[in-house]
Write a protein that binds this ligand. Sequence first.
Ligand code: ADP
Length: 608
Amino acid sequence: MSDAVQVSARVSAVHDDIVTIRLLKDEDGNFYPIIKNEVVLVCPQRTNSEFQEKLQAEVLRVRYGEADVQVFENTRGVAVGDAVEQTGEMLSVALGPGLLGQVYDGLQNPLELIAGQQGFFLPRGYAVDGIDAQQHWSFQPKVKIGSTVRAGDLLGTVQEGRFEHRILAPFNLRGQAEVTWVQEGSFTVTTPVLRLSDEAGREREVTMQQSWPVRIPVNRDLLREGYSERLFPDKPLQTSIRLIDTFFPVARGGTACIPGPFGAGKTVLQSLISRYSDVDIVVIVACGERAGEVVETITEFPNTPDPRGGTLMDRTVIICNTSSMPVAAREASIYTGITISEYYRQMGYNVLLIADSTSRWAQAMRETSGRLEEIPGEEAFPAYLESSIRALYERAGVVKTNDGREGSLTLIGTVSPAGGNFEEPVTQATLRTVKTFLGLSADRAYKRAYPAVDPLISWSRYLDQLSPWFENELEPGWTERVHGLLKLLKQGEAVQQMMEVTGEEGVTLEDYLTWQKANCLDQVYLQQDAFDPVDVSTPLARQQVLLSLMLKCLNELPALEDKAAAREYFVTLTGLLKNLNYSRMDSPDYRHYLQEIENLRGGQQSAA
Ligand code: ADP
């Protein structure tokens, strides 16, 4: 990008990070062409920086002879008359081996590298390669001279940590191309490894890295040409969190939203999901968090052990922007994250993207829209808020890649509604878009009922949509059973409310038992202790065993003649079941508690 030298416009107005530029005319008297979303470089002349700063900006709006651009950096010292260079490229991200394990800012500057070179904060006008240009990767071609390939076809592989990184033919390749030259060996990502000759006979060199505009899905052309296909999500993402997997499942390739009032356990829940879900790669976009939290994420993740060996960071990419970074970079970060996720999905991997928080992203959009003086919608958010949210979540999904592998991109976004008010526009638009809602509640967190997801407000459309999977892979009748238990939780809540008014005496024994059952289900099944080495993760197979046991315990109660007897029975039962959860499956402890539970049930039955 820094090669662009043609000055094709000049600054005519500066309004915070929105700069208006006046286009210059070429020799023929025509304005230099400029396109929406193109990246331009604003070159402030009157600053005392020792090098010519070139501030990256994106074209937001083009008018006759003029354009409004949004600068990704602080615009201090930018003045009317400053030169503007065009790059001819849209805001893009570098895709290739070496992404895993990186911590980037929203414009794909590697933060660790910068921290080494420049102190933690990137000086203005300074950009670093997204992928290290010095590192060598051993390229194994999978095509020969004379092979024909299409966009997205497998060209070769390199080993990236524990993953086979599949080098795919450029996503913007048109039609068929023939391989005219290829080399095997150890190269940097900027070294040509292959040459292609397209249908028009044009030669093109291919490296292990390609650049892709972040606002366009990586697979757009592949889907349009039918090289790759979208598939219906038909499997659950297994998070090993009982409440999610059993009651509010998220499909692999599906979408979910977690709203988090402060302190409700959002951070812990996200970290559990990224650690234990059955995905290959995790991409985390920390958008607009406070600087302290970001530093925490960066220092904590590399040391978090991965349950599959190594550290979690080996298969993670983090994109982060603190609220101290310019608003435009914050807005871009989510697209950078999603583009990297799509790239790995296109290799056939299962990718999980956690975007925290999409509210901050939407606020960045609102600020920009305000500066452009667009007609505001609800709460000053732009009128296109909902369609932007929808377009974002639509990039999740399952695909069949060119060579028939299946890849998925699951998108879990958090929202941070001010004051926990779910009626605000970002939460509302998100709820109309996603298919799972995991409603964290401050109330449950206060009672230390973790994960503090409120089962009475949460929902998942995948429970029914994935029903064939559950019925085949777990057991027939699964979905109906889960619906039955959700109903029990609601009934328990109704009794609870009644008892708050009338006391225990005011309800019948039958209602009281309903309440006890719901309470037991909540404590044993929904609540899960993130700090216990066993309870922290319950694989789906174990969830199935526990669910059957609980159903047996709750449906076949011994005779309990009064509330005191019921209370005593449930206290013991709940205690035993919780201890069972804390024991490794089939360990002596586990068998011991199972036996105790049987004794309790049998003992009571014979006493009856
Ligand atoms: P938030 O990010 O919503 O502000 P955190 O995720 O940091 O909140 O959680 C706050 C505290 O709640 C944690 O430090 C921890 O003590 C407790 N907590 C949250 N989730 C769990 C969990 N699943 N199991 C046990 N404790 C939890």
